[in-house]
Design a protein around this ligand. Structure first.
Ligand SMILES: [Zn+2]
Length: 294
C-alpha cells in the first residue's frame, strides 16, 4: 500500500490561534508535512516568526543548519507527535495598508542583521500584501503604496512575494507590470478564472488554490485549477477562514488542506498522492526552498 498523500499548506494563520500546537499536531497526524504561517501586520508577523522559531512543539521536520546556504530542508523521523515543518512570512495586508510599512522594514532589518539571518528565522516570504477593493478597509492609494513597497522588499531581500488580490485585478496587473518583480511571486487564494490564471502564469507566478475550489459554485476557478501548469500549482487553507467542503461552516485548520488537494486532484483527474508529491517540490521552489525529496 502506498503511503498517504503528504500535502503542504502554503498559506495559513495558525499563529493567530489560541492553541496553534494542537492544530499543528492535527495537521501532522493528517500527513501535512509543511505549513507556511503568513503575517498580515507587524504583530501577526512577529507571532508567525515566534511560532516557527519554537522548538518545543513536537518532533518536527528540521531545518538543517549543516545544509547552510543551500537551504536544504530535511525531514527527520522520530517518535512522538510529528508536526509539520514550519516557515513564516512577514507582511502588511491591504486591509491594514494605512498603517504603513515602516514597522515591517524595521522588522526585516533586525532579522537580516541577526545571526543566521532569514535562514535562521525560517523567513521565506513577504506578504500577504496586495489590493483588496472588495472591503476597502484602507484607502486604495494607501493599498497601492504598501503593495509597491513590499514588492521592493521582497526583491531586495530575495524573498517570495505573497499576493492577496480581491476585486482588483486591473490595478494588480498594472502594478506588477510596472514594478521590477522578485524572483518568486505567489498569488495566494487565487480566485480568478482562466484569463487571470494565464496572466499570472505569464508573469512567472505560482497560483495557490484554497478551499473555495471545493465549493459548488467554483465554476471558473475550478477551470483555472484544472488548467494550471503542474509546476505552478500550490494548495493552501488560508485557515482559520474558508474551510473546504466537507468542513464548510467550521473553523478551518491546516489539516484540511488534504480536502483542498484532493479536490484539485479530482479536477485534474490525477491521483491525490501523485499531485501531493508534485506539489511538495513546487511549493518548496516557490518559497526558495529545495524539495526535501529531491
Ligand atoms: Zn491569508
Amino acid at each position: 500500500m502506498s503511503p498517504p498523500a503528504a500535502w503542504l499548506d502554503s498559506h495559513c494563520h495558525v499563529h493567530e490561534d489560541a492553541d496553534p500546537v494542537a492544530l499543528l499536531e492535527r495537521a501532522g497526524a493528517a500527513g501535512v508535512s509543511m505549513v507556511v504561517c503568513v503575517g498580515t501586520n507587524e504583530d501577526t508577523s512577529r507571532a508567525a516568526l515566534d511560532l516557527v522559531g519554537r522548538d518545543n512543539i513536537g518532533d518536527r521536520a528540521g531545518w538543517s543548519d549543516e545544509a547552510g546556504s543551500s537551504g536544504q530542508a530535511e525531514s527527520t523521523e522520530s517518535s512522538g507527535c510529528v508536526v509539520p515543518e514550519l516557515f513564516a512570512t512577514v507582511g502588511l495586508h491591504p486591509h491594514e495598508a494605512s498603517r504603513g510599512t515602516e514597522g515591517m522594514a524595521r522588522l526585516l532589518e533586525g532579522l537580516s542583521g541577526a545571526p543566521g539571518g532569514f535562514h535562521a528565522a525560517r523567513l521565506v516570504g513577504i506578504g500577504e500584501c496586495g489590493l483588496d477593493y472588495h472591503y476597502e478597509h484602507s484607502p486604495r492609494d494607501a493599498q497601492r503604496d504598501a503593495f509597491i513597497s513590499q514588492i521592493a522588499m521582497a526583491r531586495e531581500h530575495d524573498l517570495t512575494l505573497v499576493i492577496h488580490t480581491r476585486d482588483a485585478w486591473d490595478d494588480t496587473f498594472a502594478i506588477l507590470g510596472k514594478e521590477r518583480l522578485p524572483e518568486r511571486v505567489i498569488f495566494h487564494c487565487f480566485t480568478g478564472g482562466l484569463e487571470e490564471a494565464k496572466r499570472c502564469i505569464d508573469l512567472g507566478a505560482w497560483l495557490s488554490f484554497s478551499g473555495i475550489v471545493t465549493f459548488k459554485n467554483a465554476g471558473a476557478l475550478a477551470e483555472a485549477a484544472s488548467w494550471c501548469p503542474a509546476d505552478r500549482l500550490l494548495v493552501e487553507t488560508d485557515s482559520p477562514w474558508l474551510a473546504p467542503v466537507p468542513y464548510r461552516g467550521q473553523r478551518n485548520e491546516p489539516a484540511y488542506v488534504v480536502a483542498v488537494g484532493e479536490r484539485v486532484a479530482g479536477l485534474r483527474d490525477v491521483a491525490p498522492e501523485d499531485l501531493a508529491e508534485v506539489c511538495r517540490g513546487v511549493t518548496c521552489r516557490a518559497f526558495g526552498l529545495l524539495d526535501p525529496g529531491s
